[in-house]
Design a protein around this ligand. Structure first.
Ligand SMILES: [Zn+2]
Length: 216
């Protein structure tokens, strides 16, 4: 409820330049780079690098900025297959209590609504209690950080996250969904961390950029 009230009081404002009208204005939004990578059975697409105004926008969403979440959702929307079922990667419970809303779920909701897709908040992330009593080896081996709490058996789903670095979170989430009987087509993320050189442009028209990315 407070979100709606605040939206009415404060109009959307760009996370990059503070211009009124959009959570990330056209001038500040870097062109969509559409980077692709595959992690351990999960194909992921990102709309750009985690840097500059895109990074500022993602951090603003983590601080509860719904206007910026809406802008990032619209940025992600062209990557969403019409009719897809999106599953946001959950934040920790403790963080949810602090922020009052899950930013990734907001981004996924807008992306789904813009493109005739739908959303199911299927995954929950434990705050650490699930690891209690396990040995160090067991904890390191555990891929049980995420629990699937919704009925997704027989459904085909696509993961959504804000930032992706190593892909470990996406792989964990896909594992939880597959264990619950879902088919995971892949993952859509707003930004990829540049430190990981795995990502490459996937557009058929950017073959040259692709080879440059490999050697840069
Ligand atoms: Zn701007």
């Amino acid at each position: 409820m407070w979100g709606r009230v605040l939206d009415a009081v404060f109009p959307a404002q760009c996370a990059g330049c503070n211009a009124i009208g959009s959570g990330l204005c056209d001038a500040c939004a870097p062109p969509s780079a559409n980077l692709a990578v595959s992690f351990d059975g999960v194909s992921a697409l990102a709309t750009g690098w985690y840097e500059g105004t895109l990074r500022a926008a993602i951090l603003a969403v983590k601080d509860g900025r719904r206007d910026v979440a809406a802008a990032l959702g619209r940025r992600l929307a062209p990557l969403v297959e019409p009719g897809a079922l999106l599953v946001p990667v959950p934040t920790t419970c403790a963080r949810l209590r602090v922020r009052g809303a899950d930013g990734v779920a907001l981004v996924a909701e807008i992306a789904a609504a813009s493109n005739g897709a739908s959303l199911v908040v299927a995954l929950t992330q434990g705050a650490g209690d699930a690891q209690r009593g396990r040995s160090r080896t067991e904890r390191l081996a555990a891929r049980g950080r995420f629990t699937c709490a919704a009925h997704v058996a027989g459904k085909t789903v696509t993961l959504v996250d804000d930032v992706c670095t190593t892909g470990a979170t996406l792989v964990d989430c896909a594992g939880a969904l597959r264990a619950a009987g879902a088919t995971v087509t892949g993952a859509l993320v707003v930004a990829a961390t540049k430190a990981e050189r795995l990502w490459e442009p996937y557009s058929a028209t950017s073959t040259m950029c692709s080879s440059n990315a490999r050697t840069s």
